[in-house]
Ligand binder design. Structure first.
Ligand SMILES: Nc1nc2c(ncn2[C@@H]2O[C@H](COP(=O)(O)OP(=O)(O)OP(=O)(O)O)[C@@H](O)[C@H]2O)c(=O)[nH]1
Ligand SMILES: [Mg+2]
Ligand SMILES: [Zn+2]
Length: 307
């Protein structure tokens, strides 16, 4: 067939896809044929970051390369389906805020556990530090300490203060980074700041107490001036547990996993079993109680809710 080209999906709006070829030329494409990820039902068979073959003359995606990795989430509604957020990524930035809006720690833990399951490294970026008063600063430092102790890299930034963004720019260089987080935490604002050629739509800060407003509506990949790509995504609220085996969820909480070797029973779920080293560590405050609560909430989650 003539007119076949390789490319990367840089935007997906459900039925339409924007594909960049090797020269960076953008092609608007539809899907042809059946694309199914084995074993998972997804609302989007092709996602941002996917390597595809396109038929340029017809504007269709005709083949999908195997994925190096992907991250998927089950939407917290009655849908039986999952959504591939992005494919072939090197790392994720989880943007959180302690004010306007306040990110629930359980959301952070669910995101981190999911990324662990897919072996995607996460950097936690606490944004809007400029808005924090003394109490919120204490909270921000506490969040930072808990996740650093667990082994995650944590940055504290204000998009409005350029000096705080140097480390962010360096961490992005030559990598493909998924930027994720609740709506209103400043994902698009950060990406605009790092690449002044972009003018992504951002939301008015005053409206973020309202539920359900999403300014960015579709994931989109953007080149960065220092090399590399970032994927801006719509804000997510719920993060349903995906196809985890219940007995494995604690593997995705690194500090719980480390301590679990001391449990009396090798199949301990750290719930109410005797001789549980994890619960002992929580009681001694060696494991942050909210991390343990997030684990239990994922373990006991009524999965039917998400099916
Ligand atoms: N004061 C302050 N405001 C910020 C900062 N970062 C972002 N904002 C503001 O927060 C609001 C929301 O920013 P967006 O970039 O639209 O947030 P988003 O995460 O992309 O939101 P969605 O696209 O809905 O997921 C905007 O009014 C930004 O100007 C910051 O560091 N400090
Ligand atoms: Mg946005
Ligand atoms: Zn245990």
């Amino acid at each position: 067939m003539k007119g076949l080209k390789q490319g990367i999906v840089v935007k997906s709006t459900g039925s339409r896809y924007r594909v960049a070829d090797e020269k960076g030329t953008i092609h608007e494409c539809m899907l042809r044929g059946r694309f199914r990820v084995s074993g998972v039902r997804t609302t989007n068979p092709v996602a941002v970051g996917d390597h595809v073959t396109i038929d340029v003359s017809e504007g269709v995606i005709v083949a999908l390369e195997p994925r190096r990795n992907y991250i998927i989430r089950r939407s917290s509604n009655l849908s039986r389906e999952s959504q591939i957020i992005a494919a072939n990524i090197d790392q994720a930035f989880l943007m959180v805020t302690v004010k306007m809006p306040a990110t629930p720690v359980e959301f952070i833990d669910r995101f981190l556990a999911t990324a662990e399951a897919y072996r995607i490294p996460v950097v936690i970026v606490i944004n809007k530090i400029d808005l924090c008063g003394p109490e919120e600063m204490t909270r921000a430092f506490h969040i930072r300490d808990v996740y650093e102790k667990t082994g995650y890299r944590v940055m504290m930034i204000s998009v409005t203060e350029d000096e705080s963004l140097t480390a962010v720019g360096e961490a992005l260089r030559h990598k493909t980074t998924l930027v994720s987080g609740n709506s209103g935490v400043g994902k698009s604002t950060l990406i605009n700041r790092l690449n002044p050629e972009l003018s992504l739509k951002t939301g008015p800060i005053s409206e973020y107490h309202e539920q359900g407003r999403h300014i960015t509506t579709f994931p989109e990949m953007h080149p960065m001036p220092g090399g590399g790509y970032v994927i801006d995504t719509p804000g997510i609220r719920g993060f349903g547990v995906i196809d985890f085996d219940r007995s494995e969820i604690y593997h995705f909480f690194p500090e719980i996993f480390r301590i679990s070797s001391g449990c009396r029973f090798h199949n301990c779920l750290h719930l109410d079993e005797p001789g549980c080293a994890v619960r002992d560590a929580v009681a001694r405050n060696e494991i942050e109680p909210w991390r343990y609560r997030s684990y239990i909430s994922m373990l006991l989650e009524d999965n039917e809710k998400y099916r």
